[in-house]
Design a protein around this ligand. Structure first.
Ligand code: NAD
Length: 346
C-alpha cells in the first residue's frame, strides 16, 4: 500500500471484514489535521480489490482537498464497500459498517455516495453517531453539488467570457444523474444551449424534450464544438486520449478525479483550456454538511454553497497573475493550510 501510486501520506487505511454479513470494505482516512475526516461510503461491485483501494485512496484525498480549499474544519476520508448494492446491501452489512465507523471514535464521519443512500445512513446511526444527514432538514434533497458546480462555472465564464449569464454559450454535459441533471436545469434557466450524453437513453430523451438539449453519443461528447465541457459522470476522463479531442475554453464539472493524473492540467493549460479543479467545483456536499451544524434551512445551505463562486474567482485570478494552472494554485493553498495547522504554536 505504501508503494501505491495514489498513496499520499494517508493517515490510516483499514480493511474491514465481517464474515456474518459478508462485508468487505476499505476505509481510508487521508487526513484529519484540519478536523474529523469527512467522506462518503461508496458501494460498487469492484472486479479487483486493487480497484477498490485505488478508489478509497483517491477519493479520500479529494475530500481533504475539498474541505481545505473551502476553509472548512474537516479532513478527508472515504469508505468503499466491495459488493453490488442491489444484491448485497443488507441491514446487517450496514450495521457492520456503522460499527467500524464507531470504532474510529469520531475521527471519520461517514456520508452517502454512489451505491448508498440517506436511508442506509439512518441504519448505521443505530450504532454510531458519526454520520452525515442526521438532521431533519438534511433529509430533503437540495442538489447542493450541482449548485456548487453551477457557481464555479459562473466564475469561470466571468473569467473567460466576461459575462455572468450563459446566454449564447453552449455547454456539453456528460452524465445526467444526481449532479448532471439539476445542473442542466440551472444552465438552461440561465440561457445555455445544452449538448448532453448519458448511457441511460431515457435520461437523454427527457433532457432533449424538457430542456431542448441536443443528444450526443457518449463517446462523441469530447469533440463537441462548444464553449464549456462539464464532466458529471466518471473519473479519469481527462487523459491523453480525450484532451486532444476537446474544442472548448472551459472545463468545469461535478465528477471526482476528472484528471487521470494531475499533470494533465498542464496539457489543458497549453491548449488554452481553463480547467476548474474538480474538488473545488464539487465541494457543495461538504459545505452543506458544515452548514447544517450552523443553520440547516435550505436558503442558508444554498447561500453557503455560493461561496464556491468567490473561491473559484480568486483561484482563477491568482492562476492568471502567476502564470500557473488553477490546479497548481488550489493545491498549493490546500497544502499551505494543512502545513500551517501542523505548525507548533509559537
Ligand atoms: P449518478 O449515478 O446519479 O449519475 C451518473 C450518470 O452518469 C448516470 O446517469 C450514468 O448513466 C451516467 N454515465 C455513466 N457513464 C457514462 C458515460 N460514459 N457517458 C455518459 N454518461 C455516463 O451520479 P452522480 O451522483 O450524479 O455523480 C456524478 C459524478 O459526480 C460522480 O463522479 C460522483 O463521484 C461525483 N460527485 C457526486 C456528488 C453528489 O452529491 N452526488 C458529490 C461530489 C461528486
Amino acid at each position: 500500500m505504501f508503494e501505491h501510486t495514489d498513496y499520499d501520506e494517508h493517515e490510516r487505511v483499514l480493511y474491514v471484514r465481517d464474515a456474518a454479513s459478508g462485508l468487505r470494505a476499505i476505509m481510508a482516512i487521508h487526513s484529519s489535521v484540519l478536523g474529523p475526516a469527512f467522506g462518503g461510503c461508496r458501494m460498487w461491485p469492484y472486479a479487483h480489490e486493487e480497484d477498490a483501494l485505488t478508489d478509497a485512496l483517491r477519493l479520500s484525498r479529494g475530500m481533504t482537498f475539498k474541505s481545505a480549499i473551502c476553509d472548512l474544519p474537516f479532513g478527508g476520508g472515504k469508505s468503499v464497500i466491495v459488493g453490488d448494492p442491489a444484491r448485497d446491501k443488507t441491514p446487517e452489512l450496514l450495521l457492520a459498517v456503522g460499527h467500524a465507523v464507531e470504532e474510529l471514535g469520531g475521527r471519520y464521519i461517514i456520508a452517502d455516495d454512489v451505491g448508498t443512500t440517506l436511508a442506509d445512513l439512518a441504519i448505521m446511526r443505530k450504532v454510531t453517531q458519526h454520520t452525515a444527514a442526521a438532521s431533519q432538514c438534511a433529509q430533503q434533497p437540495l442538489a447542493v453539488t450541482a449548485y456548487g458546480v453551477f457557481n464555479a462555472m459562473v466564475a469561470a465564464v466571468e473569467h473567460v467570457y466576461g459575462q455572468s449569464d450563459f446566454t449564447g454559450l453552449r455547454v456539453a454535459v456528460q452524465g445526467l444523474g444526481n449532479v448532471g441533471r439539476p445542473l442542466c436545469d440551472r444552465l438552461y434557466a440561465h440561457g445555455a444551449k445544452l449538448f448532453v450524453s448519458d448511457l441511460n437513453a431515457q435520461r437523454v430523451r427527457r433532457a432533449a424534450s424538457e430542456l431542448n438539449a441536443t443528444p450526443v453519443a457518449p463517446d462523441e461528447i469530447y469533440q463537441q464544438q462548444v464553449d464549456i465541457f462539464s464532466p458529471c459522470a466518471l473519473g479519469s476522463i481527462l487523459n491523453g486520449h480525450t484532451i486532444p479531442r476537446l474544442n472548448v475554453r472551459v472545463i468545469c464539472g461535478g465528477a471526482n478525479n476528472q484528471l487521470m493524473q494531475d499533470d494533465y492540467a498542464s496539457l489543458l493549460h497549453q491548449r488554452n483550456i481553463l480547467y476548474v479543479p474538480d474538488y473545488l467545483a464539487n465541494a457543495g456536499g461538504v459545505i452543506d454538511f458544515h452548514q447544517e451544524s450552523i443553520d440547516d434551512r435550505p436558503a442558508a445551505v444554498l447561500a453557503a454553497v455560493e461561496r464556491i463562486r468567490a473561491i473559484t474567482q480568486s483561484v482563477l485570478r491568482d492562476a492568471q497573475e502567476l502564470g500557473r494552472t488553477p490546479v497548481q494554485v488550489a493545491n498549493d493553498r490546500v497544502r499551505a493550510r494543512i502545513a500551517q495547522h501542523n505548525e507548533p504554536p509559537t
